[in-house]
Design a protein around this ligand. Structure first.
Ligand SMILES: Cc1cc2nc3c(=O)[nH]c(=O)nc-3n(C[C@H](O)[C@H](O)[C@H](O)COP(=O)(O)OP(=O)(O)OC[C@H]3O[C@@H](n4cnc5c(N)ncnc54)[C@H](O)[C@@H]3O)c2cc1C
Length: 439
């Protein structure tokens, strides 16, 4: 096989996975990344010398390709991620407390549900009914509908919907259940509630998100002959004879293949001249996510590294989950990361009032008044964090109708919502198809 020359545009998780896989299998790869830090939406940000993330993330044991790629570039996932059993734990005295014990599947879930605190017998029965019906259906739906419709069809109790299904749906799909795709939700549940014990584990990063894969992917790429152009935006893309020309920093770079591995809106901009119809097909609605970082004295900790919170806008309670960063990384002692998914309404109140509301929410639900007064606070909002994951979405394939032009990113066709794993799988798929076409 002749060595194909490939430009990968974008060093998010999809682009990093594609570039490493292509180089591993002999391609001559150049990776363009507009930002100075790789990782895209899952990357490190520097806040006055403090390393935060563009948003707190959580991974699942079922993220097999992400974990495999970390290992491929020389990382040891077990050292970089804290592994927790599947759980939905609210602060004591509120909500529910469900932790799957470390037993083989499906015993871990059955016993977890049986032992769960804060759920009535009817709630537990309704959860067991959901799991057994969904398993019987193979966690698949022929006709997609909203998550709310699915929960009604499965006769779920109001309390279970409020404490479990709604927060899970918002966390996983970043879309409220009344608008979210039941088909995609079931795919996520198959790999969590319905999966074997280790696949259903929740994985919390101990390091910043760029250090979790993208930094090492770039270093690996350079060591293995790839070119990495950080801080270089691909300004324009055009076809010329049998080649693709990427215009960047005043130069025209030529390649046989191009993998556009940017988020959908940036891919649209690059495709506008090449294929306006394809650019149009990448028009998706997006949902924001906000992470409020609250720093307290180093001795401040939570009873668990991860707690669920009940959001209730009427009470000014916006947050759905809080992470104790100090339990993940000693250097971040006293730092809490509080997540508000689908945060459009919350962000309308403004950063500073929102940070204060979130601190007050913690003080109230954890019954610790001192949490209302953090030492410093910082809300980080990504306005286009994920595509809105609605029923029957038409997501594009990796292959385009143009020879040598490929798409990769969390939004391409796949069974996952916008996630790290969806992005990595898309990057790997684009690489495999490109190599097959070039052979
Ligand atoms: C706040 C937040 C919380 C999230 N929480 C979770 C979670 O808990 N679990 C989970 O699995 N997922 C989560 N996600 C989703 C996950 O981060 C994304 O699905 C994933 O990172 C998308 O990766 P990507 O490679 O497809 O795209 P991106 O990350 O958007 O990467 C695209 C890259 O392309 C670059 N680029 C764009 N245009 C150009 C150009 N013209 N030239 C060169 N470079 C360019 C960008 O700078 C960027 O680095 C969250 C996302 C956010 C924002």
């Amino acid at each position: 096989m002749k060595t194909p020359s490939v430009a990968v545009i974008g060093a998010g998780w999809a682009g990093c996975a594609a570039a490493v896989e292509l180089a591993r299998r002999g391609a001559d790869v150049t990776l363009f990344e507009a930002a100075r830090t790789p990782g895209g939406r899952a990357r490190r940000i520097d806040y006055h010398g403090q390393m935060l993330d563009n948003g707190q993330h959580i991974l699942l044991g079922a993220y097999r390709d992400s974990l495999r790629m970390m290992t491929a570039v020389g990382l040891e996932p077990s050292q970089l991620l804290m592994r927790l059993p599947l759980q939905m734990r609210y602060p004591q005295g509120s909500g529910m407390d469900l932790v799957a014990p470390r037993l083989p599947a499906p015993l871990h879930m059955a016993l977890g549900v049986l032992r769960a605190r804060g759920l009535s017998f009817a709630d537990k029965l309704s959860l067991a009914r959901f799991a057994s019906t969904a398993r019987w259906m193979g966690w698949q739906l022929n006709d997609d509908c909203t998550v709310t419709e699915l929960l009604e069809r499965f006769d779920q109790t109001d309390r279970l919907t409020k404490l479990m299904w709604r927060p899970l749906c918002i966390a996983a799909l970043n879309t409220p259940p009344e608008r979210a795709s039941a088909r995609v939700f079931l795919a996520v549940l198959r790999d969590s509630l319905g999966a074997g014990r280790s696949a259903s584990d929740m994985l919390l990063p101990r390091v910043d998100l760029s250090a979790l894969f993208p930094d090492a992917a770039l270093a690996w790429l350079q060591k293995h002959g790839g070119k990495v152009m950080l801080g270089v935006r691909a300004a324009h893309l055009r076809a010329q004879a049998d080649e693709w020309v990427v215009d960047a920093i005043g130069h025209a770079y030529r390649f046989r293949h191009v993998v556009i591995a940017t988020a959908a809106p940036h891919a649209q901009a690059l495709l506008d001249d090449v294929d306006p119809a394809l650019a149009q097909a990448l028009e998706f609605d997006h949902e924001p996510i906000t992470t409020c970082y609250l720093q307290y004295a180093p001795q401040v900790t939570l009873p668990s590294p991860l707690l669920a919170l009940e959001d209730d806008p009427a009470q000014d309670h916006w947050a759905q989950f809080v992470f104790d960063r100090g339990q993940l990384d000693a250097a971040q002692a006293g730092l809490l990361a509080v997540v508000i998914s689908a945060s459009a309404t919350a962000t309308a109140v403004g950063d500073s009032p929102l940070e204060m509301s979130v601190a007050r929410q913690l003080a109230v639900v954890l019954r610790r008044p001192e949490l209302a007064s953090p030492l410093w606070r910082k809300a980080v909002t990504d306005k286009r964090a994920t595509f809105a994951c609605v029923p029957d979405m038409k997501r594009p394939l990796n292959a385009t109708s143009h020879r040598g032009l490929w798409l990769a990113g969390d939004y391409t066709e796949g069974e996952y919502p916008a996630t790290i794993e969806g992005a990595v799988r898309s990057g790997l798929q684009a690489a495999a198809q490109l190599l097959h076409a070039a052979a």
